[in-house]
Design a protein around this ligand. Structure first.
Ligand code: TYD
Length: 201
């Protein structure tokens, strides 16, 4: 059976962290051990890379950006996600390699296959088994966002391209993705995510 590594994905303002926090509590009240991580970050190396990527003071080129996300992720896989799964924990991740495929592959137009190819070697098979894609209308998502980071501030056309990228990824890989529309009330969204996860494991 696949390992319980679940990624929450979506564009800005989709509510990933709120939903993953609530799902974590539900899993813990079922008695499961859960490690919760976020990308980019989650390790000392990753948090430094995060500040390069998301601060407004630097302007990495698109491939520099893609490779830095991949580097932060390789560190997280080796240091946190891989060991947690090996120790029998569940892993819930706020974003994952699929954000790179959608934001850098589609959004920055680097190509989904090319971005996948630079991520795979560092991950050593540590790859989300289930992706909960939370969808929101891009205008509404941007309006929900509080403080924008460098990439979150790219604007509405960029958000639309990223949203299309996520939709394509989900359509091409229906066994891995569950798509949940977040225009529904939060309790329903959480319930749908939890049900999808429990039906898998
Ligand atoms: P974050 O502060 O984690 O906020 P949120 O997930 O709530 O949007 O911001 C992460 C930003 O980095 C977000 O704009 C998406 C972007 N990102 C990528 O472009 N590629 C990636 O691989 C990842 C993990 C994130």
């Amino acid at each position: 059976m696949s390992l319980p590594y679940v990624a929450f994905e979506g564009i800005e303002g989709a509510g990933k962290s709120t939903v993953s926090d609530r799902v974590r509590s539900l899993l813990e009240s079922d008695g499961r051990s859960v490690a919760q991580v976020r990308e980019p970050g989650g390790t000392a190396v990753g948090e430094r890379i995060r500040s390069i990527l998301l601060g407004h003071d630097l302007a990495p080129e698109p491939w520099t950006e893609a490779l830095l996300f991949a580097a932060a992720r390789a560190q997280l896989a080796a240091e946190v996600v891989g060991p947690a799964l090996a120790g029998g924990s569940w892993v819930l991740s706020d974003r994952s390699v699929y954000s790179s495929l959608a934001y850098q592959g589609a959004g920055r137009r680097l190509g989904i296959a090319a971005v996948r190819a630079v991520n795979e070697p560092g991950l050593l098979g540590v790859w989300p088994s289930l992706v909960v894609l939370l969808t929101v209308d891009p205008e509404r998502g941007l309006a929900r966002q509080e403080i924008g980071d460098r990439i979150g501030d790219e604007g509405i056309d960029f958000q639309r391209t990223v949203a299309d990228g996520f939709e394509r990824l989900a359509a091409d890989d229906p066994d891995r993705f569950v798509v949940i529309d977040t225009h529904a009330p939060l309790d329903e969204v959480v319930e749908a995510a939890y049900r999808a996860i429990r039906s898998r494991w």
